[in-house]
Design a protein around this ligand. Structure first.
Ligand code: HEM
Length: 183
């Protein structure tokens, strides 16, 4: 596969770093934050969740700027070949919507998290170790943060399924494009 058909190393790094951080942030949200009382033991997972969430937001912005100004990611190699000459699978047809929505919903999740943290004064609470508010449910952004997390989960699922479909079912070197290898 030629270099032009693969992604640049910086793009590869940002992609996998973001995938990892979103996975960890989600996992902390679902296992340590959902339906657990706001006791002292929640402070550390919440602090890590917030820190990673803010890092994700910065990566989304960086990727958006890089994509718009510096370089456009490589077009899929197979588009130029006969592989996709036939009608693409429905999963593929969704990509054109899912890719921008992944940016949008990841950024929205982080912004909604910040919209809980600011009125709840969470940054000060975490630094000082003061007690957390009894519940976050009084903040309108809390319900949105929870609901949108389900939509983001569906978007990520489509994204992963497309990769699995091309890599393992169609036998294409799909993931190779999003890695540093030369072939
Ligand atoms: C893309 C980034 C993020 C993802 C994927 C994410 C995901 C989640 C998930 C899945 C939950 C549990 C939802 C539920 O129980 O309904 C949650 C809860 C929460 N998140 Fe995030 N989050 C992100 C960013 C942030 C940020 C940046 C902050 C704050 C600065 C934040 C603060 C919170 C808070 C305060 C809760 C509620 C905890 C509770 O109710 O006990 N999140 N998040």
């Amino acid at each position: 596969m030629s270099a032009k058909k693969r992604f640049r190393p910086l793009w590869v790094i940002l992609h996998w770093l973001m995938a990892l951080l979103v996975f960890i942030t989600f996992a902390i949200g679902l296992t340590s934050l959902t339906r657990t009382s706001n006791a002292g033991g929640k402070l550390v997972p919440l602090a890590v969740h917030m820190f990673l969430g803010i890092a994700i937001f910065m990566i989304v912005i960086a990727r958006f700027i890089l994509r718009a100004l510096v370089f456009k990611p490589a077009r899929r190699a197979a588009q130029a070949s006969t592989l996709f000459a036939k009608k693409p699978a429905m999963l593929d047809q969704l990509n054109v919507y899912v890719h921008p929505l992944l940016y949008l919903f990841t950024a929205l999740m982080a912004l909604l998290g910040i919209a809980i943290a600011l009125p709840a004064n969470l940054l000060t609470t975490i630094v000082s170790g003061a007690p957390l508010p009894v519940t976050f449910d009084i903040y309108p952004a809390r319900a949105w943060h929870g609901s949108l997390s389900l939509i983001l989960l569906l978007l990520v699922a489509q994204h992963v399924l497309v990769a699995v479909f091309h890599q393992f079912i169609k036998g294409e070197n799909f993931l190779g494009r999003m890695w540093f290898t030369k072939q």
